[in-house]
Design a protein around this ligand. Structure first.
Ligand SMILES: *[C@@H]1O[C@H](CO)[C@@H](O)[C@H](O)[C@H]1NC(C)=O
Ligand SMILES: *[C@@H]1O[C@H](CO)[C@@H](O)[C@H](O)[C@H]1NC(C)=O
Ligand SMILES: *[C@@H]1O[C@H](CO)[C@@H](O)[C@H](O)[C@H]1NC(C)=O
Ligand SMILES: [Cu+2]
Length: 183
């Protein structure tokens, strides 16, 4: 029973770390935020599981692009006349502070119409991570953030290395915590 309790404590601890650090998602991965070649931001977003505490980062050439948060209506119609806010630095990190939809478009004429728009959907309750029942073994689960950190794209590009750092950090903590319980 003590073991089960320990495992529960460990899992909550990991969840806490996950929430306090979050994941940084670079929009478009190595392609960035661009109007080139009609990059499909919809399918990019569909492979992600965004959560409160994560950060959305837009990296782009600020001479030719910008970032606007808009309403659903204006997202649909690519209307950039009344944005909720505008970012123009070329490297904008936008933390997710609450659930809901974040509708971003590029306000440069024609770009949103060419597909430079993304809907960041953040579910109210994180979808329950299918956790296997606590294993009697003391070895830490190899993937504490399973179901959250996106599977590293096997193809090309450099997925934000910060994700790997976080994972490594979690494993490091998990090992430490397990060691404390074990002795
Ligand atoms: C992207 O936008 C730039 C400047 O607005 C434009 O010159 C270029 O043709 C666009 N690229 C595509 C693929 O539409
Ligand atoms: C664009 O949005 C603004 C504010 O949301 C609205 O007043 C305006 O009529 C819209 N323009 C078009 C062409 O739909
Ligand atoms: C963007 O900014 C972050 C820090 O906010 C930095 O780590 C990253 O290297 C920057 N990326 C580029 C392409 O400048
Ligand atoms: Cu643009």
């Amino acid at each position: 029973m003590a073991l089960v309790k320990n495992v529960m404590v460990l899992l909550s601890f990991l969840a806490l770390i996950e929430v306090s650090f979050g994941v940084v998602y670079e929009v478009g991965d190595s392609r960035g935020w661009t109007n080139d070649s009609n990059f499909d931001y919809k399918s990019w977003a569909s492979t992600k599981e965004f959560r409160v505490g994560d950060t959305i980062r837009f990296v782009y050439n600020p001479i030719e692009n910008n970032v606007m948060l808009v309403s659903y209506e204006n997202y649909k119609s690519c209307n950039s006349t009344d944005p909720k806010f505008v970012r123009i630095s070329g490297n904008d990190s936008l933390p997710i502070t609450k659930p809901g939809h974040y509708y971003y478009i590029c306000g440069v004429p024609g770009h949103c119409e060419d597909g430079q728009k993304v809907d960041i959907r953040v579910p109210k309750t994180p979808s329950p991570t299918p956790k296997s029942s606590p294993s009697p073994s003391l070895s830490p689960s190899p993937s504490p953030s399973e179901g959250h950190a996106p599977a590293p794209a096997p193809s090309k590009g450099s997925p934000s290395s910060i994700q790997y750092h976080l994972l490594a950090f979690q494993l490091f903590i998990a090992t430490g915590v397990l060691a404390c319980f074990a002795f």
